[in-house]
Design a binder for this molecule. Structure first.
Ligand SMILES: Cc1cc2nc3c(=O)[nH]c(=O)nc-3n(C[C@H](O)[C@H](O)[C@H](O)COP(=O)(O)OP(=O)(O)OC[C@H]3O[C@@H](n4cnc5c(N)ncnc54)[C@H](O)[C@@H]3O)c2cc1C
Ligand SMILES: NC(=O)C1=CN([C@@H]2O[C@H](COP(=O)(O)OP(=O)(O)OC[C@H]3O[C@@H](n4cnc5c(N)ncnc54)[C@H](O)[C@@H]3O)[C@@H](O)[C@H]2O)C=CC1
Length: 460
C-alpha cells in the first residue's frame, strides 16, 4: 500500500482524491491537508450570490471533509502545509493552525491553486500572514474564497452607505461582479488597464458587444486607465488612476490569478509565470511529485505548447489524470491537453470562446485568418425566441487547422463551443468542418446553420 499526500482540496484536489479512491479502492492511503475551513466552493456562483440571483451559498459546495472521508481519505482542514522535505519525502504541516506535524509520503500531489494578483497600487496591501486575502484598507476586497464573498455581502448588508463600487479588472470576475453590484442598485465603475473588456478571451468586435451591454445597464467603463492609488482614512474613499479620480465606497480587485507554488521552494522547475511545470502525466520535475489545477501548467493544443490557464474545468481534469497516474501500479494516462474553453453570461448576453483569438494567434506566430458569420439561430418563420448569433472562427492559413472560435448571442449557444474545442484538440481543418454533419430541426437551428456557413465562407 502506498501513501499519497494531497495538498489542497478544492476543485483539483477533490477531483483527484475522489478518483484515486474510486478507481484504486484500498490500494492507497490518501491523506489530505487544506488550509481553508471549507472546500469545493464554486467561485462561479459568487456573482450570482452577491447579485441575489440565487437565494444563498448552500448549493455552491459539492464536497466536504465528511464526503472525502466517506470515500476513504483522511482529511485535515485548517491545516496549512508549511514546507516539504523532498529528500526525506515528508510534508510539514501546522495541524489546526496550531500543532506542528510531519507526514511522510510515497507520492505527493500539489493542488494548492492560485491567489489573486495584487498589482502595484499604492494603498493596496494584504494584511501580512493573512490567508484570506484581507486588505489593510477597509472595503478594499479581493475575491477568491467563500469567505471573501461572504464578507462583501455582509458589508453591503450592514452599510447601505456603500453606494459606489469600483471593480478593477474587466476580465471574467470583474465583468460578472459589475453586473452583480449593478443588480443591487450600486453605481458601478469598471477600470481596466487595457482599452476593452475580456481581452484575453475575445477579439474587439466581441468585447465591444459586452462593453455596450455593460454601458446599456448604466455601468461606467474606465478602460485604458492604470490604477495608481486607492486612498481613504482607514477605509476606501478614492480610486486614483493615471487619468481620473473616482470617489468610491468599495473597491474590488480582480486582475487575474497567480499560481500558488511557494512549497516548491526553488526545487521544482517552474513555468515563466511561476506555475509548477508539469508534463502530460501531471508530473513535476521531482519524481513522485505531481501538480494539478491552478498551481500547474497545462498543455495548450491551440498553441501546441505548455501554457497557464486557470479554470475550474482544467483543475478537475488535471486532477483526474494525476489520480490515474499516481494511484495505480505504473499506470500511464496522458492529458489530452486543453483549449481554454470558457463562457460568460451577463444579463442576457451569452458569449463563449475556445482556443486563440485572432490577435493571440498572430502573437503566437500563426499565419492566421478568420471567417465570420451572423444569422438567426432558427429559420425566419420561427417568430419567437429567435435571436441573432455572431460567430468567428480563427484558423491557420497554411495548415488550414482551426485555432479558435468565438460565439455571441442572446440564445444559449454554449454547447456549440464544445464542437470547436474538440476540433482544435483533434486538429480539424476549416474545410473538414464545412462538410461536418450538423443536424437540422427548425426548433433548434437552420439547415444552413451559422457554423457550416462560417466554415463555407472561409476565403483565404
Ligand atoms: C469569482 C470566481 C469565479 C470563477 N468562475 C469560474 C468559472 O465560471 N469557470 C471556471 O472554469 N473557473 C472559474 N473560476 C476559476 C476557478 O475557481 C479556479 O480555476 C479553480 O478554483 C482552481 O481550482 P484549484 O483546486 O486548482 O485551486 P484553488 O481553488 O485555488 O484551491 C487551492 C486549494 O489549496 C489550498 N491550499 C493552498 N495552499 C495550501 C497549503 N500550503 N497547505 C494546505 N492547503 C493549501 C487552498 O486552501 C485551496 O482549498 C472562478 C474563480 C473565481 C474566484
Ligand atoms: N466564466 C468563467 O469561466 C470564469 C473564469 N474565471 C477564471 O478565473 C481566473 C481569474 O479571473 P480574473 O481575475 O477575472 O482574470 P482575467 O484574466 O479574466 O482578467 C484580468 C483582467 O485584469 C486586467 N488587468 C490586469 N492588470 C491590471 C491592472 N494592474 N489594472 C487594471 N486592470 C488590470 C486585464 O487586462 C484583464 O482584463 C481567470 O483564469 C478566469 O478565466 C473567473 C471567473 C469566471
Amino acid at each position: 500500500m502506498s501513501k499519497i499526500v494531497v495538498v489542497g482540496a478544492n476543485h483539483a484536489g477533490t477531483a483527484c482524491v475522489n478518483k484515486i479512491l474510486a478507481t484504486y479502492g484500498d490500494k492507497n492511503e490518501v491523506v489530505v491537508f487544506d488550509q481553508n475551513s471549507n472546500i469545493s466552493f464554486l467561485g462561479c456562483g459568487m456573482a450570482l450570490w452577491i447579485g441575489k440571483q440565487i437565494s444563498g451559498p448552500e448549493g455552491l459546495f459539492y464536497a466536504s471533509k465528511e464526503s472525502l472521508e466517506e470515500a476513504g481519505a483522511k482529511v485535515y482542514m485548517n491545516s496549512p502545509v508549511e514546507s516539504v522535505d523532498y529528500d526525506k519525502k515528508e510534508v510539514h504541516v501546522l495541524l489546526d493552525g496550531k500543532t506542528k506535524h510531519v507526514e511522510g509520503y510515497d507520492k505527493l500531489i500539489f493542488a494548492t491553486g492560485s491567489t489573486p494578483i495584487l498589482p502595484p497600487i499604492k494603498g493596496a496591501e494584504i494584511v501580512p500572514g493573512n490567508r484570506e486575502f484581507k486588505a489593510t484598507l477597509e472595503n478594499l476586497q479581493f475575491v477568491k474564497l467563500y469567505q471573501n464573498s461572504e464578507e462583501v455581502i455582509n458589508k453591503l448588508n450592514a452599510n447601505p452607505d456603500i453606494k459606489r463600487v469600483a471593480v478593477v479588472g474587466a476580465g471574467y470576475i470583474g465583468v460578472e461582479l459589475a453586473e452583480a453590484f449593478e443588480r443591487l442598485g450600486k453605481e458601478v465603475t469598471v477600470v481596466d488597464i487595457v482599452d476593452t473588456c475580456l481581452a484575453g478571451y475575445y477579439d474587439p468586435e466581441f468585447s465591444n458587444l459586452m462593453k455596450k451591454n455593460l454601458e446599456d445597464h448604466g455601468i461606467k467603463l474606465a478602460f485604458g486607465q492604470k490604477v495608481e492609488a486607492i486612498e481613504g482614512d482607514g477605509k476606501v474613499e478614492r480610486l486614483i488612476t493615471d487619468k481620473e479620480t473616482f470617489d468610491v465606497d468599495m473597491v474590488v480587485l480582480a486582475v487575474g490569478f497567480r499560481p500558488n507554488t511557494a512549497l516548491g521552494d526553488g526545487k521544482i522547475e517552474l513555468f515563466r509565470n511561476g506555475a509548477f511545470l508539469v508534463n502530460k502525466k501531471q508530473e513535476t520535475s521531482i519524481k513522485d511529485v505531481y501538480a494539478i489545477g491552478d498551481c500547474a501548467t497545462v498543455y495548450d493544443n491551440a498553441v501546441g505548447d505548455t501554457n497557464y490557464i486557470a479554470l475550474a474545468s482544467n483543475a478537475v481534469r488535471t486532477g483526474l489524470v494525476a489520480a490515474l497516474n499516481a494511484g495505480g501500479d505504473g499506470d500511464v494516462v496522458e492529458s489530452a491537453g486543453v483549449q481554454g474553453s470558457n463562457g460568460i453570461c451577463i444579463y442576457d448576453l451569452k458569449m463563449v470562446s475556445t482556443g486563440l483569438t485572432l490577435e493571440k494567434a498572430k502573437r503566437f506566430g500563426y499565419n492566421a485568418a478568420v471567417t465570420e458569420y451572423t444569422d438567426l439561430q432558427k429559420p425566419e418563420f420561427i417568430e419567437h425566441d429567435n435571436h441573432e448569433v455572431k460567430i468567428k472562427i480563427v484558423y491557420d492559413k497554411d495548415s488550414r487547422v482551426i485555432l479558435g472560435a468565438q460565439i455571441a448571442s442572446k440564445e444559449d449557444i454554449s454547447m456549440g463551443i464544445h464542437l470547436f474545442s474538440l476540433a482544435i484538440q483533434e486538429k480539424v481543418t476549416i474545410e473538414k468542418l464545412a462538410l461536418t454533419d450538423i443536424f437540422f430541426l427548425p426548433h433548434f437551428n437552420k439547415p444552413y446553420n451559422y457554423i457550416t456557413m462560417a466554415a463555407l465562407s472561409a476565403k483565404e
